[in-house]
Write a protein that binds this ligand. Sequence first.
Ligand SMILES: [Zn+2]
Length: 266
Amino acid sequence: MEILIYIYVFVLGASLGSFYNVVGLRITKGESIIKPGSYCPKCNHQLSWLEMLPLFSYLFLRAKCRNCKAVISIKYFIFELLTALLFCFSYYHFGFSWELIIALLFVSLLIIISVSDLEYLVIEDKIILFFLVIFLLLRIFIPLPPQFSTFNDHYYLESLIGGLFGFGLLYIIAIIGKKVYKQEVMGGGDIKLYGIIGLILGLKMTALSLLFASILGTVFGVLLISLKVIKKTNPIPFGPFIALGSLLAYFYGYEIITWYFSLFLY
Ligand SMILES: [Zn+2]
């Protein structure tokens, strides 16, 4: 039976991932996410349902538009697969618990902002606001898991403090960065996004997620520059690294902290 649940969660993830591609790309362009239906961005050919099946259509069409043969970006496929896998992993990690709802929505938010940040280097306010309201309400009914907590039992307070900390710290980094480098080092979207992440993760894990995001961002940045994939002056979207760092802290932060401190106890 368990395998059927995984299949269901995978299909759900792939289908929603397909929708999140549309949300991430269209909201930022100011288009409706419902109308018109999906179309080829090159020739405006309307896609039939057969061309819109998550994962399958991409393989079946061999990454080309059926009408004009324009190449379909592999990003669509990757984000569909990623959403499906992260949905399955969330279920594996939390099982049928209330926290699973938070996990699935958190994955959804991070996929959408990664799509739009990679494409336009922007994280749209509308997306942030939508999820902010949802998570503010949900964290009242589904309090922070105890292992995330810094202040014993004060789960609601911790969520709020986490949110303020995430927002505040990135705001300060952005101001200092602007003074030092004379240009934007942190987008407004990243700052607001960290407010939401703080609500979900609480103080301790938010700090940890930021550490992970900075390390990952720096390593990838240096790697891409030394491999000459990008130039030093190219702006790098920080959103995907925030997403990676936050998921790592969310799923394994507690274990990583426990392991790290155990190194110094013996
Ligand atoms: Zn086309």
